[in-house]
Design a protein around this ligand. Structure first.
Ligand code: KG4
Ligand code: ZN
Length: 799
């Protein structure tokens, strides 16, 4: 087998090509190094990685189509570095339809030392930044390094120094790892540097990674390996999660009360939230309905309440799903060391098969991960095949039977899963194929020659969007027909933080990217009446959002797309996300032609643009402070309405009076195209405070409608003025806020009356999506405007 190994978890861009002979009967594989291109490359991994893979393959006299498997370093290491490596590797393996295997970067360091002839006690100190390191001890023997630890962890550098300095065998300890660059002095002061390895060994090598994977201890060999299943090694949480962990540790949910707000929003949509003490009666009733016929007793309200109390011995996580204010599902777990024991899962019988249990379990297990768990376990009645199948789809495996657990003759099946679980994608969009269940690589699609011709004639463009908190993939054809449009939203994961947490966003992109691509390739095939999913080799081109957006989120899409395009041997197109919001209008009005005026209102941008020609954008004005979407989100947060604020406020506004409260309209003079929203936000906050002081209840619909009116009046007036001033006869709008029905209606009605043709994108193409990216990618593809494989994410791109 031809195997390509890559690792960008550290400043070393490790890359090697090897001939790999699998070992028989669990023996180590034989690795013959054919080429190696390891080199230090600080902060340029995304620029250089795919090119380096290509060069290494050339050195070995091979082509990417010869590769049988990719191998990637899963860290731990620099978060962005690990993500670039893993995302690129996922793209490579998915694009070439070959296996992807992961291995620990720390193990790769130990094997790099072994390869250099080092034997004895070796301490790898990986740099974890922020004053921390990943300490890992190995007994390096002739057969190879043996781990003296169970799982990777992160500690303060000083703590690691102390730990190792206290060892009786400290005199034999040979240090290595890139943490020595920054913290070498600390180790030196403790007298531990005397036997440090020479500096060129401090980073992992491609060969070291190959040797680490060749053992039986790590993974199952490179023959297996669905790229959807390879994840970074997690050792630390983001600050937001760390705070959330504390909150969960205190079990504050018991004190939280359901506000009156929930009633006004009831019936709007299915939502998940942590269980509160006000939920326990409903939870007990649901449990009763679910387990009336079961062999075990349902949970009582009292029992649920005790779970939520402050003095539980072990941390708990309980979640409910509600619709119409009614609890339709619940799940909870208890943390015992590094295992979360799932205590109860119940979904209302009439709401089964909607993926509610999967979503609930993913939240409980995510909390558990935040609390340091690496596995989840549960008991299920041995005869309950439906539940067992559900758990298996989430990655649980049967590992034992407890005879008579639920009473005489009623056995419990014990199941265990590694975390993270195989996560579901949002119920609003079809779930991607359960990666755990499929054989990999996929078999080549069965096609007749006519079908092959038909696909080629369509010139399919696949587009990827990952700039914020939606992982989205779409497929469009050369005529502009949208064949697939998949969005996996992470909103549930950010909602409890009241906004997008960049670290969680980029982590989630890595977790779901392959699944969303798979779903899009399946949907595209279905749209064409084909049974087998579109293969990467059947595409014409790959497009990806390059910026602007969250850098950690963008790099995942860009790295994946580059790997995917290179492996599938397809050209790459880079897309500006803002242009995507503009081009979404072409989905509604294909003959839209400049010159026209365009309003961009999203979570990050507020702009009034004179589009003189395609690609020739005159930005007439931007916001001086908050973006419009941001203002919606902040107002919703101030009202305790949850995240994102836009949809919630617009639903409330449906029944409100826009004239009820007179909020200020900023920078409202003619000729001024700038926007300012922070004053309005302050006015709303003050209003809320004053009403509370006066003891008056808020009329939320009036408040929402009045807030909207203040925002949209300004938008309308400035657009109208810009149309007058430029003489343009066309107007269009884009961005998440353009999904707002009141804004859409207002622009269409008022501007049409003045003889302006108004276009609004389809509602689902306003909030972040890949269809709009696909529209831009298609145009660029038709004009041969391709990107090189050394592009990087550009978080600050403008129009
Ligand atoms: O374009 P988008 O999905 O992401 C960015 O590129 O920023 O915009 C997201 C923003 C969020 O602030 C959200 O609150 C807002 O769009 N939004 C809305 C509505 N739906 C989403 N704002 C007002 N009314 C809506 N119906
Ligand atoms: Zn956007």
């Amino acid at each position: 087998m031809l195997v390509v190994a890559l690792d960008t978890s550290t400043d070393m861009l490790a890359c090697a090509v090897a001939a790999w002979t699998p070992g028989r009967d669990g023996a180590r594989a034989d690795v013959e190094l054919l080429a190696s291109r390891d080199h230090l490359c600080r902060r340029r991994a995304n620029v250089e990685l795919v090119g380096t893979v290509q060069t290494a393959l050339e050195d070995a006299g091979k082509h990417v189509s010869d590769v049988d498997a990719f191998l990637v370093g899963r860290g731990p290491g620099s978060f962005t570095g690990v993500r670039i490596g893993i995302s690129t590797a996922k793209g490579l393996a998915r694009g070439a339809n070959v296996a992807l295997q992961g291995a620990s970067t720390l193990d790769a360091c130990a094997w790099t030392a072994w390869r250099a002839g080092v034997r004895g006690l070796v301490g790898v100190a990986g740099d974890a930044m922020r004053g921390e390191i990943y300490p890992a001890l190995y007994a390096v023997e002739d057969e190879g390094p043996r781990r003296l630890f169970e799982r990777e962890r992160v500690v303060k550098a000083a703590a690691a120094v102390e730990e190792w300095a206290d060892r009786a065998d400290r005199g034999e300890l040979q240090l290595t790892g890139d943490g020595l660059v920054r913290y070498g002095r600390l180790f030196e002061e403790a007298g531990l540097m005397a036997r440090a390895l020479s500096r060129e060994l401090w980073w992992p090598s491609g060969e070291g990674l190959l040797l680490a994977a060749a053992g039986t201890g790590i993974g199952g060999g490179v023959e297996a390996g669905d790229p959807a299943l390879v994840l970074p090694i997690y050792t630390r949480l983001s600050d937001a999660e760390e705070n959330e962990r504390k909150r969960l540790g205190l079990a504050q949910s018991a004190a939280s009360e359901v506000t009156g707000v929930a009633d006004e929003l009831a019936g709007r949509h299915l939502q998940l939230r942590p269980m509160g003490s006000a939920d326990v009666e409903a939870a007990a009733a649901l449990d009763d309905a679910c387990f009336a016929d079961a062999n075990h007793a349902p949970w009582s309200a009292q029992l649920f309440l005790s779970e939520l109390s402050d003095d539980v011995a072990a941390p708990r996580s309980w979640w409910v799903a509600h619709d119409n204010g009614q609890i339709v599902g619940l799940a909870g777990g208890m943390v015992v060391d590094t295992d979360v024991q799932i205590l109860d899962v119940a979904v209302a019988p009439e709401r089964r098969r909607e993926g509610i249990a999967r979503k609930l379990l993913s939240h409980v297990s995510y909390d558990a991960q935040m609390l340091g768990c690496t596995s989840a376990s549960l008991e299920v009645e041995a005869g309950n095949e439906g539940a067992i199948a559900l758990y298996e789809a989430l990655g649980f495996e049967r590992c034992g039977l407890r005879r008579g657990y639920y009473g005489p003759g009623a056995d419990a099946c014990v199941m265990v899963a590694q975390l993270p679980l195989v996560l579901p994608v949002d119920a609003a969009s079809p779930e991607p194929t359960a990666a755990a269940a499929r054989t990999w690589p996929l078999s080549a699609p069965a096609r007749t020659p006519e079908e092959r011709e038909r696909i080629a004639a369509r010139e399919l463009v696949l587009a990827i969007e990952s700039s914020c908190d939606e992982t989205a993939v779409a497929v469009i054809d050369a005529d502009g027909a949208l064949l697939a449009n998949q969005v996996s939203t992470q909103i549930d994961f950010h909602a409890r933080f009241g906004g997008v947490v960049p670290e969680i966003a980029s982590r989630k992109h890595v977790e779901v990217m392959v699944g969303v691509v798979d779903a899009a390739l399946e949907e595209a095939a279905a749209s064409l009446g084909l049974a087998d999913p579109i293969a990467p080799s059947e595409l014409a081109c790959v497009g990806v959002t390059q910026g602007p957006g969250l850098v950690g989120a963008l790099v995942v899409g860009v790295a994946f797309a580059k790997g995917f395009a290179f492996a599938a041997q397809k050209p790459l197109v880079a897309v500006n996300h803002l242009e995507g919001h503009l081009f979404a209008n072409k989905l509604t009005t294909p003959d839209l032609e400049p010159p026209f005026i365009f309003t961009l209102v999203s979570g990050g941008h507020t702009m009034l643009v004179h589009v003189r020609a395609w690609g020739d954008y005159e930005v007439l004005g931007e916001t001086l402070d908050d973006a419009v979407g941001e203002a919606f989100d902040k107002v919703a947060k101030a009202l305790g309405l949850g995240y994102p604020g836009g949809p919630i406020i617009s639903r409330l506004a449906e029944t409100g009076d826009p004239k009820a409260i007179d909020f200020p309209r900023a920078l409202n003079s003619r000729g001024d195209y700038r926007f300012s929203l922070s004053g309005l936000k302050t006015a709303v906050t003050l209003y809320i405070e004053n009403e509370a002081k006066a003891g008056r209840a808020l009329h939320l619909p009036d408040l929402a409608a009045s807030f909207e009116a203040a925002v949209f009046d300004v938008q309308y007036k400035k657009a109208k003025n810009a149309l007058r001033e430029t003489g343009a006869k066309e107007y269009c709008i884009g961005g998440g806020v353009a999904a707002n029905p009141h804004l859409r209606r207002m622009m269409i009605e008022k501007l049409s009356r003045q003889g302006i043709r108004v276009t609004v994108p389809p509602t689902n193409a306003c909030t972040d999506n890949a269809a709009m990216i696909a529209v831009v990618a298609r145009e660029r593809y038709l004009r041969d405007e391709f990107a090189e494989l050394d592009i990087d994410a550009d978080p600050n791109m403008t129009l």
